[in-house]
Write a protein that binds this ligand. Structure first.
Ligand code: PHE
Length: 351
C-alpha cells in the first residue's frame, strides 16, 4: 500500500511546488526533479518490476496518470509564467505617446543662403545656370584678364587681401568677376552664367563686411545688347524686391565693361528720401539710394582674354552684393551689415 501513498505524496508535493514557482528556470528544475531521468516519479516507475500481476498494473496506472498530470500542470504553469513575463516586458517597454517632450529647437537657413537660392531661381527662369570658381585665385583671373594690368590704379578700389605678400599673385577673390574668364575658357558658347561666391575686401563698416557674397552674371552671345542687360536687371529687381522698389542706372566706369553702369535701388530704411522720420540723415544710404553693384557690356579685351572673338560675340555682365540685396529687400531694416555674420541667435532667429 505504501507505494500508492508515496506516489500521491510525490504528486501533491509536486503540484504545490509547481503552483508556487514564479520563474521559468525554477519550473524547469522541478520538471527535472520529478520527471527527469533520475526524477522522483521516474524512479517509482522504474521500481515497478518489483510488483507483479494486478498490483503492477494498478501501480503502473497510478504512476502514469500522475506523470501525465504533472506534465500538464508544468505545461500550464509554463504558459502562465511565459505570458506573465511577456506582459512584464510590454509594461517595461511601454512608450507613452501622449507624454510631452522637451521641444527640439528647429534651425533654418541663414538669410544669405536663402537669398542665394532665390537669386539662383530667379535667374534660372531666364536660362542662367550657377557656376562656382575658386575663392583663392590668381591675380590673372581677379584683375589682369579683366583689363586691369598690374599696378593699374583702378585696382585700388578692390581692397584686396593677398595670400602671401612675397607671392602677390594669389589673392582672396575681391569680386566674383574672377569667374568670367574661367567660364569663357570652357570654350562653350553661348554663356549664361551666375557665379555666386564669397568675396573678401579690407573694409569694415556698417555697410561693408570684410567677407561678403556677390553674384556675377555673364551673358555672351552673338547679339547681346544693352537692352538685354537692362531687361535682365529689371526682371531680377521686380522678382526679388517687388514692384515697389525703384531702380536707377548711372553711367559709371569699370575696366572690364564698356559702357559701364552703376545700378542703384531706392533705400528701404528711409523710403528713398535719405532722411529718417526724426529728420536725421539715413545712416545707411545718406541720400535715398543704395548702390547694388555694377553692370555693363563686356570689354573686348576681356573677351579676348577668354579666347572669345569680339567681332563675332558680345556680352553683358553685372556683379552685385548678396548682402546688399538682402538689406534692401522690402521689410528688412538691418542697420549694420556685419550683424549677418556675428552668429547672434537673437538676430538670426528673427528671419
Ligand atoms: N566686379 C564689380 C565689383 O565688384 C562689379 C561688376 C561686375 C561690374 C560685372 C561690372 C560687371 O564692383
Amino acid at each position: 500500500m505504501a507505494i500508492y501513498e508515496e506516489i500521491n505524496k510525490i504528486k501533491s508535493f509536486a503540484f504545490e511546488e509547481i503552483s508556487k514557482t514564479t520563474d521559468l528556470a525554477r519550473l524547469e528544475g522541478l520538471r527535472i526533479k520529478y520527471l527527469g531521468r533520475k526524477g522522483e516519479l521516474t524512479q517509482v516507475l522504474r521500481s515497478l518490476e518489483k510488483y507483479s500481476g494486478k498490483e503492477r498494473k494498478a501501480v503502473g496506472a497510478l504512476a502514469n496518470e500522475s506523470r501525465v498530470g504533472l506534465e500538464n500542470e508544468i505545461g500550464k504553469r509554463q504558459k502562465y509564467l511565459e505570458e506573465a513575463e511577456f506582459a512584464k516586458i510590454l509594461e517595461q517597454e511601454r512608450v507613452d505617446v501622449t507624454a510631452s517632450l522637451e521641444k527640439i529647437p528647429l534651425g533654418h537657413l541663414h538669410l544669405t543662403t536663402s537669398a542665394i537660392r532665390q537669386i539662383v531661381d530667379i535667374f534660372k527662369a531666364l536660362g542662367f545656370y550657377r557656376v562656382r570658381y575658386p575663392e583663392i585665385d590668381t591675380d590673372w583671373y581677379a584683375f589682369e584678364s579683366l583689363n586691369m594690368p598690374k599696378s593699374h590704379p583702378a585696382r585700388d578700389e578692390w581692397e584686396t587681401f593677398f595670400i602671401d605678400s612675397a607671392n602677390s599673385n594669389i589673392v582672396l577673390t575681391p569680386h566674383t568677376t574672377n569667374g568670367q574668364v574661367h567660364e569663357m575658357e570652357k570654350g562653350q558658347l553661348p554663356i549664361r552664367m551666375i557665379n555666386i561666391a564669397r568675396c573678401y575686401r579690407r573694409q569694415s563698416d556698417i555697410s561693408h563686411a570684410p567677407m561678403f557674397h556677390q553674384f556675377d552674371g555673364l551673358l555672351i552671345d552673338k547679339s547681346a545688347s544693352i537692352g538685354d542687360l537692362k531687361g535682365t536687371l529689371e526682371y531680377f529687381v521686380k522678382q526679388f524686391f517687388g514692384p515697389k522698389r525703384k531702380v536707377r542706372l548711372r553711367p559709371f566706369h569699370f575696366r572690364f565693361t564698356e559702357p559701364s553702369f552703376e545700378t542703384d535701388i531706392s533705400c528701404d530704411i528711409c523710403g528713398g528720401t535719405g532722411r529718417l522720420k526724426n529728420g536725421q540723415i539715413c545712416r545707411l544710404c545718406k541720400e535715398g539710394w543704395l548702390e547694388l553693384g555694377g553692370a555693363g557690356m563686356v570689354h573686348p579685351n576681356v573677351l579676348r582674354a577668354g579666347k572669345v572673338d569680339p567681332k563675332k560675340y558680345s556680352g553683358f555682365a553685372f556683379g552685385w552684393g548678396v548682402e546688399r540685396v538682402i538689406m534692401m529687400k522690402e521689410g528688412l531694416n538691418i542697420p549694420d551689415i556685419r550683424i549677418l555674420y556675428e552668429n547672434d541667435l537673437r538676430f538670426l532667429e528673427q528671419f
